[in-house]
Design a protein around this ligand. Structure first.
Ligand code: IMP
Ligand code: MG
Length: 178
């Protein structure tokens, strides 16, 4: 896709190499050999499917829909569950898989919500972290990349539902910034 508004920040090859590293680390960290992965829709879908295939342990998958952002780039600060999980988490080793931690509002809310469902353990994996933007504390055990405070799209991340299908992670600039 040639789009003058896009600038590659992390090329596909680096994303995939980092996911392989995370996969090795996570596989080592769960010696029982079982992990229940929860994908936060929709941005984390690409990361989740690649990360799951980088694991050498057994995984089960579930999906949760959350809305915080509207159609643009600014958060409403409000978290709403739009699709709940299919299965209980009781006794499971749970890994929440998210695309990006920005203000931390979403994951702070979600972590506490899912913790109440009595998992055996619960951790977070996020492909991207924008630490400068944090408003709420979140402990992310597995971080792919720390990035500066710029709006990014691609590899699952969108602007108004566009650009999710780019292989590279790109900065979206131009007239849409704001
Ligand atoms: P938080 O609650 O502010 O941490 O926001 C997390 C959610 O905001 C992510 O799951 C994304 O859907 C969205 N988001 C935050 N920053 C970006 C970005 O740079 N590009 C696309 N989506 C983003
Ligand atoms: Mg989003």
């Amino acid at each position: 896709m040639t789009d003058p508004k896009l600038r590659v920040l992390i090329p596909a090859g680096r994303i995939q190499a980092r996911i392989r590293e995370l996969g090795e680390q996570i596989s080592r960290d769960y010696p029982d050999g079982k992990l229940h992965m929860i994908c936060i829709l929709k941005g984390a879908v690409f990361f989740m499917t690649d990360l799951a295939r980088a694991l050498t342990i057994h995984v089960s998958l579930d999906f949760m829909g959350i809305s915080t952002y509207g159609k643009g780039k600014t958060t409403s600060g409000e978290v709403k569950v739009t699709k709940d999980l299919d299965a209980s988490l009781e006794g499971d080793d749970v890994l929440i898989v998210e695309d990006i931690v920005d203000s931390g509002v979403t994951l702070n809310y979600l972590f506490h919500l899912l913790e109440q469902r009595k998992p055996r353990s619960i951790r977070i994996a996020a492909l991207l972290d924008k630490p400068e933007r944090r408003l709420r504390p979140v402990h992310v055990t597995y971080v792919g990349f720390q990035i500066p405070d710029e709006f990014v799209v691609g590899y699952g991340l969108d602007y108004a539902e566009r650009y999710r299908n780019l292989d590279d992670l790109c900065v979206l600039g131009g007239e849409t910034t704001g």
